[in-house]
Design a protein around this ligand. Structure first.
Ligand code: ATP
Ligand code: MG
Length: 433
């Protein structure tokens, strides 16, 4: 007996009833990106493993244990992308996009990480991201943060807060690293096992620990903000002033670090209240060293990625109208027999080209059965093509009971039906909708 075929663990299907919410989020983002002058870039899902190892960092969770890495048929070491920034930088260098140019880019697509699946955490998930190249100044950071706020506003997302921090220059981080290790070494035995390991490999990531006892120890830890040099401090202050001017509320969280090695100076996260452990919807920061590190000319960069699964789940939990509203068909075409069906298909073709949402009854079905389906479809109008209509070159236009009040209204009235000549049908339908 063959075993049942199933999707892989942590890799979800987006079923038709969900897909509309996805399209809504995609279109709100795409429209906003276009208004802000951001251009889309599309890169492959599969890249050479070295790209991610060299950019994200060997010591990070992503590279050390989460990547889908395998040899292809030519023995090349390849990886399903775990994030979008590395590919964006690779493509930018390869095609000269950073050469004397400023770039405002965005991308969308699936990412792959071998994590333990749970709410808000999957093995295939989707990100929408923005990357900017060429600006040292924090004005671009304020622009990008304002853009993320606009996304939430246009989608009706509530109760999601912006946290910002500055990691400073690499010198500042080195000084901070030393102070942090000094402090934490005294508590080494009380740290969780992961954090003990990170004390030598990647101590800044300890700040990110979700373990309560480790968090308690961290309360007294030194702050990275005390290690910033004057110009980093000025930049961070300036960003805060811009955000205030833009009316983007934020809190400074000195313990905010990011899971990828390439960030410097500003980092940020949008964190949802009441969403459990996987509460970060959107995260990003500045990564001025990465383009050079991957073989390009030194190019300042700033960007973010938002997790679409988390965002959509949040919107649904909040019952935001942007994702709960579904667009039913507007017109259902009822017809009997091949000659009438041909006319029905022709009318559907005319109406859909005018932007009207139409369902044509296809297949078998008595008139009664077709009207039942029309009612159930949520359409507000039915067009009926019977033999007598066809002979007179008219269609019957009938108002339908709406799905939601079908029960209360009882039987549809008798005189809600008018005959309209075929060549006036589009106008009549448009007026009736
Ligand atoms: P986390 O701390 O939650 O693991 P991260 O720091 O690994 O997040 P990033 O690499 O910055 O996340 O990715 C940006 C966003 O992508 C996250 O804020 C989240 O919304 C989403 N994301 C990351 N990993 C996953 C995943 N495995 N499943 C679903 N969404 C994810
Ligand atoms: Mg992660």
């Amino acid at each position: 007996m063959s075993s049942k075929l199933k999707a892989l663990r942590g890799m979800g299907d987006i079923l038709p009833e969900q897909a509309e919410a996805w399209r809504k989020v995609e279109s709100v983002c795409a429209d906003l990106f276009a208004s802000y002058g951001y251009k889309q870039i599309r890169t492959p899902v599969l890249e050479s493993t070295a790209l991610f190892a060299r950019s994200i960092g060997e010591e990070t969770d992503i590279v050390s244990k989460e990547m889908y890495t395998f040899k292809d048929r030519n023995d090349e070491n390849v990886t399903l992308r775990p994030e979008g920034t590395a590919s964006c930088v690779r493509a930018g260098i390869e095609h000269g996009l950073f050469y004397n140019q400023l770039q405002r880019l965005w991308y969308i697509g699936p990412m792959f990480r071998y994590e333990r699946p749970q709410k808000g955490r999957y093995r295939q998930f989707h990100q929408i991201g923005v990357e900017t190249y060429g600006w040292h100044s924090v004005d671009i950071e304020a622009e990008v943060l304002g853009l993320t706020q606009a996304i939430w506003q246009n989608l009706g997302l509530r109760n999601t807060n912006l946290e910002i921090n500055s990691l400073g220059s690499s010198q500042a981080r080195a000084a901070f690293r030393e102070r942090l290790v000094d402090y934490l070494s005294d508590y080494k035995d009380q740290l969780d096992a992961d954090s003990q390991r990170r004390l030598s490999s990647n101590p800044l990531r300890i700040l990110d620990s979700k373990v309560a006892q480790t968090q308690e120890i961290l309360v007294g830890a030194p702050s990275i903000l005390d290690c910033l040099d004057d110009s980093d401090k000025q930049d961070f202050d300036q960003l805060q002033q811009y955000l205030t001017a833009l009316n983007v509320p934020f809190v400074v969280n000195p313990r905010l670090v990011r899971g990828l090695d390439y960030y410097n100076n500003t980092v940020f996260e949008w964190v949802a209240q009441d969403f459990g452990a996987q509460a970060t919807v959107c995260a990003g920061g500045r990564y001025d060293g990465l383009v050079e590190q991957l073989g390009g000319a030194a190019t300042p960069a700033f960007g973010f990625a938002l997790g679409m699964e988390r965002l959509i789940q949040l919107l649904q939990e909040q019952e935001a109208s942007s994702v709960t509203h579904t667009s039913d068909p507007q017109v259902y075409i009822v017809s009997m027999g091949a000659a009438c069906r041909a006319k029905a298909l022709e009318i559907a073709s005319e109406l859909t080209r005018a932007g009207i949402r139409v369902l044509t009854h296809c297949g078998e079905g008595s008139l009664k059965n077709q009207f039942k389906k029309a009612d159930k479809s949520g359409s507000s109008l039915a067009i009926v093509i019977g033999e007598s209509e066809l002979e007179m070159s008219v269609a019957s236009l009938k108002t339908l009971r709406r799905k939601e009040n079908a029960v209360n209204q009882g039987q549809a009235g008798q005189n809600n039906q008018v005959e309209v000549p075929f060549n006036q049908l589009l106008d009549a339908v448009t007026n009736a909708l």
